[in-house]
Design a protein around this ligand. Sequence first.
Ligand code: FEO
Ligand code: CA
Ligand code: CA
Ligand code: CA
Length: 604
Amino acid sequence: PPAHATTTSRYAFDELSWGNDTTHHIAEGYDADILLRWGDPITAEAPEFDVMNQTAAAQLQQFGYNNDYVGFTPLDGNPDRGLLCINHEYTNEEVMFPGLGRQDAVDFAGMTAELIDIEMAAHGGTVVEIARNADGKWELVRDSPYNRRITPLNTQMTLAGPAAGHPRMQTNADPAGMTVMGTVNNCAGGITPWGTYLMAEENFHGYFWSDKLDADGNPDISAHPEPKQMKRYGVPGRWYAWGKFHDHWNIDLEPQEPNRWGWIVEVDPRNPDATPIKHTALGRFRHEGAETCVSADGKLVIYSGDDNRFDYQYKYVSNGTVTGDETFGSSLLTDGTLYVARFDEDGTVTWLPLVYGTGPLTAENGFASQADVLIDTRLAADAVGATPMDRPEDAQPRGDGTAYIMLTNNTKRKPDQTDAANPRADSSFGHIIEIKEDGGQHSATKGTWSILVKCGDPTVTEVGAQWNPDTSENGWFGSPDNAAIDADGRLWISTDQGSGWAKTGKSDGLYALETEGEARGTSKLFFRCPVGGELCGPYFTEQMDTLFLAVQHPGTDGTKNYPGFERNSTFEDPATRWPDFSPTMPPRPSVLVVTKKGGGKIAT
Ligand code: FEO
Ligand code: CA
Ligand code: CA
Ligand code: CA
Protein backbone atom coordinates (compact mmCIF):
# COMPACT_ATOMS: atom_id res chain seq x y z
CA PRO A 1 0.00 0.00 0.00
CA PRO A 2 1.13 3.61 -0.52
CA ALA A 3 2.94 5.13 2.43
CA HIS A 4 0.15 7.63 3.07
CA ALA A 5 -2.58 5.04 3.58
CA THR A 6 -2.10 4.38 7.29
CA THR A 7 -4.20 7.27 8.64
CA THR A 8 -7.54 8.41 7.32
CA SER A 9 -7.15 11.22 4.80
CA ARG A 10 -9.63 14.07 4.88
CA TYR A 11 -8.89 14.61 1.18
CA ALA A 12 -10.49 11.97 -1.04
CA PHE A 13 -8.26 11.80 -4.11
CA ASP A 14 -5.39 9.62 -5.27
CA GLU A 15 -2.30 11.71 -5.20
CA LEU A 16 -0.44 12.63 -8.31
CA SER A 17 3.13 11.50 -8.97
CA TRP A 18 5.75 14.20 -8.62
CA GLY A 19 7.81 15.33 -11.60
CA ASN A 20 8.47 18.24 -13.89
CA ASP A 21 7.69 18.48 -17.60
CA THR A 22 6.25 20.81 -20.20
CA THR A 23 2.61 20.60 -19.15
CA HIS A 24 0.30 20.60 -16.14
CA HIS A 25 -1.09 17.55 -14.37
CA ILE A 26 -4.13 17.03 -12.12
CA ALA A 27 -5.16 14.10 -9.93
CA GLU A 28 -7.20 11.44 -11.69
CA GLY A 29 -10.91 12.09 -11.88
CA TYR A 30 -10.53 15.87 -12.24
CA ASP A 31 -10.42 18.32 -15.14
CA ALA A 32 -8.10 21.31 -15.14
CA ASP A 33 -9.35 23.48 -18.00
CA ILE A 34 -7.76 26.69 -19.26
CA LEU A 35 -10.08 29.63 -18.60
CA LEU A 36 -8.01 32.75 -19.33
CA ARG A 37 -4.58 33.23 -20.90
CA TRP A 38 -2.38 36.31 -21.16
CA GLY A 39 -3.69 38.32 -24.10
CA ASP A 40 -7.18 36.84 -24.22
CA PRO A 41 -9.66 39.59 -25.13
CA ILE A 42 -11.85 40.33 -22.10
CA THR A 43 -14.24 42.93 -23.52
CA ALA A 44 -16.60 42.79 -26.50
CA GLU A 45 -14.50 45.40 -28.36
CA ALA A 46 -11.08 43.98 -27.48
CA PRO A 47 -8.88 42.97 -30.42
CA GLU A 48 -7.77 39.35 -30.72
CA PHE A 49 -4.31 38.74 -29.30
CA ASP A 50 -1.51 39.23 -31.84
CA VAL A 51 1.71 38.43 -30.05
CA MET A 52 3.84 39.79 -32.91
CA ASN A 53 2.01 43.13 -32.94
CA GLN A 54 1.33 43.99 -29.31
CA THR A 55 0.10 47.44 -28.35
CA ALA A 56 -0.70 49.03 -24.99
CA ALA A 57 -4.20 49.92 -26.24
CA ALA A 58 -4.90 46.27 -27.04
CA GLN A 59 -3.36 45.01 -23.79
CA LEU A 60 -5.65 47.35 -21.81
CA GLN A 61 -8.60 45.25 -23.05
CA GLN A 62 -6.87 41.88 -22.82
CA PHE A 63 -6.04 39.55 -19.93
CA GLY A 64 -2.83 40.68 -18.23
CA TYR A 65 0.43 38.90 -17.51
CA ASN A 66 1.56 36.68 -14.60
CA ASN A 67 -1.77 35.93 -12.96
CA ASP A 68 -1.32 35.55 -9.19
CA TYR A 69 -4.24 36.05 -6.77
CA VAL A 70 -7.61 34.72 -7.91
CA GLY A 71 -10.81 35.58 -6.05
CA PHE A 72 -14.44 34.91 -6.90
CA THR A 73 -17.59 36.68 -5.78
CA PRO A 74 -21.01 35.44 -6.93
CA LEU A 75 -23.41 37.80 -8.70
CA ASP A 76 -26.93 38.13 -7.27
CA GLY A 77 -26.31 35.13 -5.02
CA ASN A 78 -26.12 32.82 -8.04
CA PRO A 79 -23.26 30.33 -7.54
CA ASP A 80 -23.12 29.63 -11.29
CA ARG A 81 -22.42 33.25 -12.24
CA GLY A 82 -19.95 35.64 -10.69
CA LEU A 83 -16.97 37.93 -10.93
CA LEU A 84 -13.46 36.58 -11.07
CA CYS A 85 -10.81 39.00 -9.76
CA ILE A 86 -7.23 38.28 -10.80
CA ASN A 87 -3.94 40.02 -9.98
CA HIS A 88 -1.23 40.40 -12.61
CA GLU A 89 1.94 40.61 -10.57
CA TYR A 90 4.74 41.32 -13.03
CA THR A 91 6.01 40.78 -16.57
CA ASN A 92 8.75 38.63 -18.12
CA GLU A 93 10.17 40.60 -21.04
CA GLU A 94 12.31 37.67 -22.21
CA VAL A 95 9.31 35.56 -23.22
CA MET A 96 6.77 38.36 -23.80
CA PHE A 97 8.42 40.30 -26.57
CA PRO A 98 9.75 38.74 -29.79
CA GLY A 99 13.47 39.43 -29.75
CA LEU A 100 12.87 42.81 -28.09
CA GLY A 101 13.41 44.13 -24.63
CA ARG A 102 16.28 45.18 -22.47
CA GLN A 103 19.73 44.69 -23.87
CA ASP A 104 21.72 45.74 -20.83
CA ALA A 105 21.18 45.73 -17.10
CA VAL A 106 21.99 49.37 -16.31
CA ASP A 107 20.44 51.58 -19.00
CA PHE A 108 17.84 49.08 -20.23
CA ALA A 109 18.59 49.99 -23.82
CA GLY A 110 16.02 48.38 -26.05
CA MET A 111 13.11 49.22 -23.76
CA THR A 112 11.11 51.71 -25.77
CA ALA A 113 8.25 53.88 -24.55
CA GLU A 114 5.79 51.57 -26.34
CA LEU A 115 7.22 48.37 -24.83
CA ILE A 116 7.09 49.94 -21.40
CA ASP A 117 3.47 50.99 -21.85
CA ILE A 118 2.63 47.42 -22.91
CA GLU A 119 4.33 46.13 -19.75
CA MET A 120 2.41 48.61 -17.62
CA ALA A 121 -0.86 47.65 -19.32
CA ALA A 122 -0.09 43.97 -18.62
CA HIS A 123 0.29 44.67 -14.87
CA GLY A 124 -2.46 45.29 -12.32
CA GLY A 125 -5.65 43.29 -12.24
CA THR A 126 -8.61 41.96 -14.18
CA VAL A 127 -12.27 41.72 -13.23
CA VAL A 128 -14.38 39.50 -15.49
CA GLU A 129 -17.77 37.91 -15.32
CA ILE A 130 -17.76 34.14 -15.71
CA ALA A 131 -20.69 31.73 -15.87
CA ARG A 132 -21.32 28.03 -16.24
CA ASN A 133 -22.41 26.87 -19.68
CA ALA A 134 -24.90 24.07 -20.46
CA ASP A 135 -22.11 21.51 -19.96
CA GLY A 136 -21.39 22.83 -16.47
CA LYS A 137 -18.05 24.36 -17.59
CA TRP A 138 -17.05 27.88 -16.63
CA GLU A 139 -16.72 30.42 -19.47
CA LEU A 140 -15.84 34.09 -19.81
CA VAL A 141 -18.89 36.32 -20.41
CA ARG A 142 -17.07 38.52 -22.86
CA ASP A 143 -19.73 41.17 -23.31
CA SER A 144 -20.33 41.64 -19.57
CA PRO A 145 -20.37 45.30 -18.45
CA TYR A 146 -18.30 44.29 -15.41
CA ASN A 147 -15.24 43.26 -17.42
CA ARG A 148 -12.31 45.59 -17.01
CA ARG A 149 -8.59 45.91 -16.49
CA ILE A 150 -7.01 47.80 -13.61
CA THR A 151 -3.48 48.95 -14.46
CA PRO A 152 -0.63 51.25 -13.44
CA LEU A 153 -0.95 52.86 -16.89
CA ASN A 154 -4.44 54.35 -16.73
CA THR A 155 -6.39 53.43 -13.57
CA GLN A 156 -6.52 56.37 -11.18
CA MET A 157 -6.83 55.50 -7.50
CA THR A 158 -7.60 57.47 -4.38
CA LEU A 159 -5.93 57.28 -0.97
CA ALA A 160 -7.82 56.69 2.29
CA GLY A 161 -6.92 56.29 5.94
CA PRO A 162 -4.50 58.10 8.28
CA ALA A 163 -1.73 58.70 5.69
CA ALA A 164 -3.97 60.05 2.91
CA GLY A 165 -3.09 63.64 2.07
CA HIS A 166 -0.12 63.74 4.46
CA PRO A 167 2.71 66.02 3.26
CA ARG A 168 4.91 62.94 2.73
CA MET A 169 2.31 61.61 0.28
CA GLN A 170 2.33 64.75 -1.87
CA THR A 171 4.05 64.96 -5.26
CA ASN A 172 4.45 67.54 -8.01
CA ALA A 173 1.74 65.79 -9.99
CA ASP A 174 -0.54 65.40 -6.94
CA PRO A 175 -0.02 68.31 -4.52
CA ALA A 176 -2.97 67.10 -2.41
CA GLY A 177 -1.42 63.69 -1.82
CA MET A 178 -4.74 62.00 -2.54
CA THR A 179 -4.54 60.35 -5.98
CA VAL A 180 -2.18 57.73 -7.39
CA MET A 181 -1.94 56.33 -10.91
CA GLY A 182 -2.66 52.66 -10.51
CA THR A 183 -1.24 49.72 -8.65
CA VAL A 184 1.69 47.44 -9.25
CA ASN A 185 3.22 44.05 -8.36
CA ASN A 186 -0.08 42.78 -7.06
CA CYS A 187 0.78 39.40 -5.64
CA ALA A 188 -1.88 37.73 -3.52
CA GLY A 189 -4.98 39.48 -2.23
CA GLY A 190 -8.37 38.85 -0.71
CA ILE A 191 -12.11 39.23 -0.96
CA THR A 192 -13.83 41.20 1.80
CA PRO A 193 -16.98 39.90 3.54
CA TRP A 194 -18.86 42.49 1.46
CA GLY A 195 -17.52 41.16 -1.83
CA THR A 196 -14.90 43.74 -2.78
CA TYR A 197 -11.49 42.77 -4.15
CA LEU A 198 -8.26 43.48 -2.26
CA MET A 199 -5.02 43.72 -4.25
CA ALA A 200 -1.75 43.56 -2.28
CA GLU A 201 1.09 45.72 -3.57
CA GLU A 202 4.20 43.61 -3.03
CA ASN A 203 7.59 44.39 -4.65
CA PHE A 204 6.78 48.00 -5.56
CA HIS A 205 10.38 49.05 -4.92
CA GLY A 206 11.51 47.26 -8.07
CA TYR A 207 9.66 49.72 -10.31
CA PHE A 208 11.40 52.88 -9.11
CA TRP A 209 14.16 54.37 -11.22
CA SER A 210 17.04 56.71 -10.53
CA ASP A 211 19.78 58.00 -12.78
CA LYS A 212 22.02 58.53 -9.76
CA LEU A 213 24.41 55.59 -9.56
CA ASP A 214 27.50 55.00 -7.48
CA ALA A 215 30.86 53.85 -8.86
CA ASP A 216 29.66 50.24 -8.82
CA GLY A 217 26.54 51.07 -10.83
CA ASN A 218 24.20 50.72 -7.84
CA PRO A 219 21.59 53.40 -7.03
CA ASP A 220 22.97 56.23 -4.90
CA ILE A 221 20.28 57.57 -2.57
CA SER A 222 22.59 59.68 -0.38
CA ALA A 223 21.03 62.93 -1.71
CA HIS A 224 17.45 61.69 -1.36
CA PRO A 225 15.45 63.56 1.35
CA GLU A 226 14.53 60.23 3.07
CA PRO A 227 17.52 57.94 2.53
CA LYS A 228 16.87 55.83 5.65
CA GLN A 229 13.32 55.06 4.54
CA MET A 230 14.31 54.39 0.93
CA LYS A 231 17.01 51.97 2.05
CA ARG A 232 14.69 50.07 4.42
CA TYR A 233 12.24 49.54 1.54
CA GLY A 234 14.86 48.80 -1.14
CA VAL A 235 13.95 51.82 -3.27
CA PRO A 236 14.89 52.24 -6.08
CA GLY A 237 15.01 48.61 -7.19
CA ARG A 238 15.52 49.55 -10.86
CA TRP A 239 14.01 46.29 -12.14
CA TYR A 240 12.06 48.09 -14.87
CA ALA A 241 12.81 51.17 -16.96
CA TRP A 242 9.41 52.80 -16.55
CA GLY A 243 11.02 55.83 -14.90
CA LYS A 244 12.81 56.69 -18.12
CA PHE A 245 9.45 57.56 -19.68
CA HIS A 246 7.08 58.19 -16.75
CA ASP A 247 8.32 60.84 -14.30
CA HIS A 248 6.49 59.46 -11.27
CA TRP A 249 8.55 56.26 -11.43
CA ASN A 250 11.78 58.31 -11.24
CA ILE A 251 12.72 59.21 -7.64
CA ASP A 252 15.11 61.90 -8.90
CA LEU A 253 12.02 63.76 -10.17
CA GLU A 254 9.39 62.60 -7.64
CA PRO A 255 11.26 61.68 -4.44
CA GLN A 256 8.06 61.09 -2.41
CA GLU A 257 6.28 58.91 -4.96
CA PRO A 258 7.47 55.64 -3.33
CA ASN A 259 5.47 56.56 -0.18
CA ARG A 260 2.31 56.10 -2.25
CA TRP A 261 3.03 52.43 -3.03
CA GLY A 262 3.15 49.30 -0.91
CA TRP A 263 -0.47 49.52 0.27
CA ILE A 264 -3.59 47.36 0.02
CA VAL A 265 -5.96 48.42 -2.76
CA GLU A 266 -9.72 47.88 -2.56
CA VAL A 267 -11.61 47.50 -5.85
CA ASP A 268 -15.39 47.36 -6.26
CA PRO A 269 -15.84 44.61 -8.83
CA ARG A 270 -19.56 45.38 -9.13
CA ASN A 271 -19.04 49.00 -10.18
CA PRO A 272 -16.55 49.52 -13.01
CA ASP A 273 -16.83 53.28 -12.50
CA ALA A 274 -15.78 53.18 -8.83
CA THR A 275 -12.29 54.57 -8.22
CA PRO A 276 -10.15 51.98 -6.40
CA ILE A 277 -8.92 52.96 -2.94
CA LYS A 278 -5.45 52.53 -1.42
CA HIS A 279 -6.10 51.86 2.26
CA THR A 280 -3.24 53.28 4.31
CA ALA A 281 -4.55 51.97 7.67
CA LEU A 282 -3.34 48.49 6.68
CA GLY A 283 0.27 49.63 6.57
CA ARG A 284 2.97 50.01 3.97
CA PHE A 285 5.28 47.10 3.25
CA ARG A 286 5.75 44.45 0.60
CA HIS A 287 2.29 43.04 1.16
CA GLU A 288 2.14 39.45 -0.01
CA GLY A 289 -1.61 39.22 0.40
CA ALA A 290 -4.62 40.41 2.35
CA GLU A 291 -6.74 37.46 3.45
CA THR A 292 -9.79 38.54 5.41
CA CYS A 293 -11.91 36.92 8.08
CA VAL A 294 -14.53 37.92 10.60
CA SER A 295 -13.43 37.34 14.17
CA ALA A 296 -15.88 35.69 16.58
CA ASP A 297 -16.44 39.15 18.09
CA GLY A 298 -17.49 40.48 14.69
CA LYS A 299 -14.36 42.48 13.91
CA LEU A 300 -12.79 42.33 10.46
CA VAL A 301 -9.28 40.85 10.62
CA ILE A 302 -6.81 40.86 7.73
CA TYR A 303 -3.57 38.90 7.88
CA SER A 304 -0.74 40.12 5.65
CA GLY A 305 2.92 39.12 5.45
CA ASP A 306 5.84 41.29 4.36
CA ASP A 307 7.63 39.07 1.86
CA ASN A 308 11.23 39.86 2.50
CA ARG A 309 13.96 37.99 4.32
CA PHE A 310 13.86 38.93 8.03
CA ASP A 311 10.65 40.90 7.69
CA TYR A 312 7.44 40.55 9.60
CA GLN A 313 3.98 39.10 9.89
CA TYR A 314 1.18 41.65 10.35
CA LYS A 315 -2.53 41.67 11.00
CA TYR A 316 -5.10 44.43 10.90
CA VAL A 317 -8.13 44.53 13.19
CA SER A 318 -11.05 46.87 12.51
CA ASN A 319 -12.47 48.99 15.31
CA GLY A 320 -16.04 48.41 14.18
CA THR A 321 -17.76 45.10 13.58
CA VAL A 322 -19.04 43.53 10.38
CA THR A 323 -22.80 44.04 10.22
CA GLY A 324 -23.52 42.74 6.73
CA ASP A 325 -24.42 46.22 5.49
CA GLU A 326 -20.87 47.15 4.45
CA THR A 327 -20.14 48.40 0.97
CA PHE A 328 -17.06 49.43 -1.04
CA GLY A 329 -14.96 51.94 0.92
CA SER A 330 -16.27 50.74 4.28
CA SER A 331 -14.78 52.47 7.33
CA LEU A 332 -13.79 48.99 8.57
CA LEU A 333 -10.75 49.41 6.30
CA THR A 334 -9.88 52.94 7.41
CA ASP A 335 -10.56 52.74 11.13
CA GLY A 336 -8.62 49.99 12.85
CA THR A 337 -5.33 48.88 14.38
CA LEU A 338 -2.34 47.39 12.59
CA TYR A 339 -0.35 44.83 14.61
CA VAL A 340 2.96 43.07 14.02
CA ALA A 341 3.83 39.64 15.42
CA ARG A 342 6.41 38.68 17.99
CA PHE A 343 6.88 34.91 18.19
CA ASP A 344 8.33 33.94 21.57
CA GLU A 345 10.32 30.81 22.33
CA ASP A 346 7.60 29.52 24.69
CA GLY A 347 5.09 29.23 21.84
CA THR A 348 3.32 32.53 22.52
CA VAL A 349 2.57 34.98 19.76
CA THR A 350 2.05 38.58 20.81
CA TRP A 351 0.53 41.09 18.43
CA LEU A 352 2.23 44.45 18.97
CA PRO A 353 0.12 47.51 18.06
CA LEU A 354 1.64 50.00 15.64
CA VAL A 355 -0.02 53.06 17.11
CA TYR A 356 1.52 56.52 17.23
CA GLY A 357 2.38 57.55 20.79
CA THR A 358 2.61 54.01 22.18
CA GLY A 359 5.96 52.54 23.19
CA PRO A 360 8.78 53.81 21.00
CA LEU A 361 6.47 55.18 18.26
CA THR A 362 7.00 58.80 19.19
CA ALA A 363 8.41 61.96 17.62
CA GLU A 364 11.75 61.46 19.39
CA ASN A 365 12.14 58.25 17.39
CA GLY A 366 11.07 59.78 14.08
CA PHE A 367 7.31 59.09 14.17
CA ALA A 368 5.48 62.41 14.39
CA SER A 369 2.01 61.04 13.61
CA GLN A 370 0.09 57.88 12.78
CA ALA A 371 0.76 58.72 9.12
CA ASP A 372 4.49 58.36 9.79
CA VAL A 373 3.94 55.05 11.59
CA LEU A 374 2.03 53.71 8.58
CA ILE A 375 4.23 55.12 5.81
CA ASP A 376 7.25 53.72 7.67
CA THR A 377 5.55 50.53 8.85
CA ARG A 378 8.77 48.53 8.60
CA LEU A 379 10.66 51.02 10.75
CA ALA A 380 7.84 51.05 13.31
CA ALA A 381 7.86 47.25 13.43
CA ASP A 382 11.65 47.30 13.88
CA ALA A 383 11.22 49.70 16.80
CA VAL A 384 8.63 47.61 18.68
CA GLY A 385 10.69 44.41 18.45
CA ALA A 386 8.77 42.19 16.01
CA THR A 387 10.27 38.80 15.10
CA PRO A 388 12.22 38.75 11.81
CA MET A 389 10.80 35.87 9.79
CA ASP A 390 11.82 33.63 6.87
CA ARG A 391 9.92 35.61 4.22
CA PRO A 392 6.24 35.70 5.21
CA GLU A 393 4.16 34.92 2.14
CA ASP A 394 0.45 34.18 2.30
CA ALA A 395 -1.26 34.05 5.70
CA GLN A 396 -4.52 32.18 5.66
CA PRO A 397 -7.04 32.59 8.47
CA ARG A 398 -9.78 30.10 9.24
CA GLY A 399 -12.80 31.59 11.03
CA ASP A 400 -12.14 29.62 14.24
CA GLY A 401 -9.16 31.71 15.37
CA THR A 402 -6.59 29.63 13.52
CA ALA A 403 -4.24 31.08 10.89
CA TYR A 404 -1.55 29.47 8.75
CA ILE A 405 1.58 31.46 7.95
CA MET A 406 3.62 30.48 4.89
CA LEU A 407 7.33 31.14 5.46
CA THR A 408 8.73 30.39 2.07
CA ASN A 409 12.54 30.19 2.61
CA ASN A 410 15.49 32.27 3.74
CA THR A 411 18.92 31.19 2.60
CA LYS A 412 20.47 34.24 4.31
CA ARG A 413 19.65 33.24 7.90
CA LYS A 414 22.84 32.36 9.76
CA PRO A 415 23.02 29.66 12.46
CA ASP A 416 23.27 32.31 15.20
CA GLN A 417 20.13 33.99 13.85
CA THR A 418 17.83 31.00 14.27
CA ASP A 419 15.03 31.04 16.81
CA ALA A 420 12.11 28.78 17.69
CA ALA A 421 9.85 30.27 15.00
CA ASN A 422 12.58 30.29 12.34
CA PRO A 423 14.54 27.22 13.39
CA ARG A 424 16.70 26.51 10.35
CA ALA A 425 19.73 28.36 9.06
CA ASP A 426 20.14 28.61 5.28
CA SER A 427 16.52 27.52 4.83
CA SER A 428 15.93 26.65 1.18
CA PHE A 429 12.52 25.06 1.68
CA GLY A 430 10.66 27.08 4.31
CA HIS A 431 8.07 26.08 6.90
CA ILE A 432 4.47 26.71 7.94
CA ILE A 433 3.42 28.13 11.31
CA GLU A 434 -0.02 27.55 12.77
CA ILE A 435 -1.39 30.27 15.03
CA LYS A 436 -4.24 29.69 17.46
CA GLU A 437 -5.49 33.07 18.64
CA ASP A 438 -6.60 33.30 22.28
CA GLY A 439 -10.26 32.45 22.78
CA GLY A 440 -10.62 31.51 19.13
CA GLN A 441 -10.80 35.25 18.39
CA HIS A 442 -8.86 36.48 15.37
CA SER A 443 -8.89 39.94 16.94
CA ALA A 444 -6.96 38.72 20.02
CA THR A 445 -3.64 40.38 20.82
CA LYS A 446 -2.14 37.09 22.00
CA GLY A 447 -2.20 33.49 20.90
CA THR A 448 -0.07 30.39 20.65
CA TRP A 449 1.93 29.17 17.70
CA SER A 450 3.44 25.88 16.54
CA ILE A 451 5.24 24.65 13.47
CA LEU A 452 2.92 22.56 11.26
CA VAL A 453 5.63 21.35 8.87
CA LYS A 454 9.24 22.09 8.02
CA CYS A 455 9.44 21.69 4.27
CA GLY A 456 11.88 19.85 2.01
CA ASP A 457 12.85 16.25 1.37
CA PRO A 458 12.33 14.19 4.54
CA THR A 459 14.78 11.52 3.35
CA VAL A 460 17.74 13.92 3.35
CA THR A 461 18.85 14.34 6.95
CA GLU A 462 20.69 17.64 6.40
CA VAL A 463 17.47 19.25 5.16
CA GLY A 464 15.93 18.90 8.62
CA ALA A 465 12.39 18.50 7.30
CA GLN A 466 9.46 17.66 9.54
CA TRP A 467 6.40 15.93 8.02
CA ASN A 468 3.95 13.36 9.19
CA PRO A 469 5.75 10.12 8.21
CA ASP A 470 2.69 9.11 6.18
CA THR A 471 3.67 11.77 3.62
CA SER A 472 4.84 10.02 0.44
CA GLU A 473 7.68 10.98 -1.88
CA ASN A 474 5.02 12.76 -3.97
CA GLY A 475 3.55 14.67 -1.09
CA TRP A 476 6.39 16.64 0.46
CA PHE A 477 7.15 20.07 -0.97
CA GLY A 478 9.40 23.09 -0.71
CA SER A 479 8.70 26.82 -0.53
CA PRO A 480 5.06 27.24 0.45
CA ASP A 481 3.68 30.48 -0.98
CA ASN A 482 -0.09 30.78 -1.34
CA ALA A 483 -2.68 28.96 0.72
CA ALA A 484 -6.42 28.41 0.75
CA ILE A 485 -8.88 26.96 3.22
CA ASP A 486 -11.93 25.35 1.66
CA ALA A 487 -15.46 25.54 3.04
CA ASP A 488 -14.83 22.31 4.98
CA GLY A 489 -11.90 23.98 6.76
CA ARG A 490 -9.19 21.99 4.95
CA LEU A 491 -5.85 23.57 4.10
CA TRP A 492 -4.35 23.69 0.58
CA ILE A 493 -0.86 24.99 -0.20
CA SER A 494 0.66 26.15 -3.47
CA THR A 495 4.40 26.43 -3.90
CA ASP A 496 6.91 28.83 -5.46
CA GLN A 497 10.42 27.42 -5.45
CA GLY A 498 11.62 30.04 -7.93
CA SER A 499 14.76 29.23 -9.83
CA GLY A 500 15.76 26.94 -6.92
CA TRP A 501 13.41 24.13 -7.91
CA ALA A 502 16.30 21.97 -9.06
CA LYS A 503 17.00 21.47 -5.33
CA THR A 504 13.87 19.28 -5.23
CA GLY A 505 13.53 18.35 -8.93
CA LYS A 506 9.82 18.93 -8.49
CA SER A 507 7.63 21.38 -10.34
CA ASP A 508 5.56 23.76 -8.26
CA GLY A 509 2.13 22.44 -7.37
CA LEU A 510 -0.91 22.31 -5.13
CA TYR A 511 -0.82 20.17 -2.01
CA ALA A 512 -3.52 19.09 0.43
CA LEU A 513 -2.04 19.44 3.91
CA GLU A 514 -3.69 17.79 6.92
CA THR A 515 -3.92 19.95 10.03
CA GLU A 516 -5.96 17.82 12.44
CA GLY A 517 -5.54 14.69 14.53
CA GLU A 518 -3.14 11.87 13.78
CA ALA A 519 -2.90 12.83 10.13
CA ARG A 520 -1.64 16.35 10.97
CA GLY A 521 1.37 17.20 8.81
CA THR A 522 0.54 14.73 6.03
CA SER A 523 0.66 16.25 2.55
CA LYS A 524 -0.65 15.00 -0.82
CA LEU A 525 -0.01 16.32 -4.32
CA PHE A 526 -3.16 17.35 -6.26
CA PHE A 527 -1.89 19.46 -9.19
CA ARG A 528 1.45 20.35 -10.69
CA CYS A 529 2.67 23.09 -12.99
CA PRO A 530 4.48 23.04 -16.31
CA VAL A 531 8.24 23.59 -16.04
CA GLY A 532 9.32 27.04 -14.89
CA GLY A 533 5.85 27.97 -13.67
CA GLU A 534 4.76 28.92 -10.17
CA LEU A 535 1.35 28.02 -8.82
CA CYS A 536 -0.84 30.87 -7.58
CA GLY A 537 -4.47 31.18 -6.64
CA PRO A 538 -5.75 28.77 -5.26
CA TYR A 539 -9.39 29.70 -4.66
CA PHE A 540 -12.32 27.40 -3.88
CA THR A 541 -15.90 28.48 -4.43
CA GLU A 542 -18.18 28.26 -1.41
CA GLN A 543 -19.81 25.13 -2.90
CA MET A 544 -16.32 23.58 -3.27
CA ASP A 545 -17.24 22.27 -6.72
CA THR A 546 -14.81 24.65 -8.43
CA LEU A 547 -11.18 25.46 -7.74
CA PHE A 548 -9.40 28.28 -9.55
CA LEU A 549 -5.64 28.01 -10.05
CA ALA A 550 -3.21 30.45 -11.65
CA VAL A 551 -0.04 29.25 -13.37
CA GLN A 552 2.40 32.15 -13.28
CA HIS A 553 5.42 32.62 -15.58
CA PRO A 554 5.40 29.12 -17.22
CA GLY A 555 8.66 28.27 -18.93
CA THR A 556 10.84 30.80 -17.12
CA ASP A 557 11.96 30.17 -13.52
CA GLY A 558 15.10 28.04 -13.36
CA THR A 559 14.54 26.48 -16.76
CA LYS A 560 18.28 26.22 -17.27
CA ASN A 561 18.07 23.47 -14.62
CA TYR A 562 15.54 21.46 -16.61
CA PRO A 563 17.11 18.27 -18.02
CA GLY A 564 17.16 18.50 -21.79
CA PHE A 565 16.49 22.26 -21.68
CA GLU A 566 19.76 23.54 -20.24
CA ARG A 567 19.29 27.10 -21.42
CA ASN A 568 17.62 30.34 -20.48
CA SER A 569 14.11 30.64 -21.82
CA THR A 570 13.47 33.28 -24.47
CA PHE A 571 10.57 34.20 -26.73
CA GLU A 572 12.12 32.16 -29.54
CA ASP A 573 13.32 29.27 -27.42
CA PRO A 574 11.07 28.72 -24.42
CA ALA A 575 11.35 25.62 -22.24
CA THR A 576 7.65 25.05 -22.85
CA ARG A 577 4.99 26.64 -25.04
CA TRP A 578 2.25 25.80 -22.50
CA PRO A 579 -0.70 26.05 -22.78
CA ASP A 580 -1.07 26.63 -26.53
CA PHE A 581 1.85 24.48 -27.68
CA SER A 582 1.83 26.49 -30.90
CA PRO A 583 5.21 27.09 -32.59
CA THR A 584 4.27 30.76 -32.97
CA MET A 585 3.13 31.36 -29.39
CA PRO A 586 5.36 31.78 -26.32
CA PRO A 587 4.27 30.27 -23.01
CA ARG A 588 1.33 32.17 -21.54
CA PRO A 589 0.48 32.63 -17.86
CA SER A 590 -3.06 31.26 -17.50
CA VAL A 591 -5.89 30.70 -15.05
CA LEU A 592 -7.31 27.19 -14.86
CA VAL A 593 -10.62 25.88 -13.54
CA VAL A 594 -10.56 22.57 -11.71
CA THR A 595 -13.78 20.54 -11.52
CA LYS A 596 -14.55 16.96 -10.66
CA LYS A 597 -15.46 14.80 -13.63
CA GLY A 598 -19.23 14.43 -13.39
CA GLY A 599 -19.40 17.33 -10.90
CA GLY A 600 -19.47 17.46 -7.12
CA LYS A 601 -17.35 18.71 -4.26
CA ILE A 602 -13.61 18.53 -4.79
CA ALA A 603 -11.64 15.94 -2.82
CA THR A 604 -14.69 14.57 -1.03
FE1 FEO B 1 4.86 37.71 -5.11
FE2 FEO B 1 5.85 36.88 -2.25
O1 FEO B 1 5.32 36.40 -3.87
CA1 CA C 1 4.94 35.24 -7.63
CA1 CA D 1 3.45 34.87 -3.66
CA1 CA E 1 7.23 33.29 -3.54
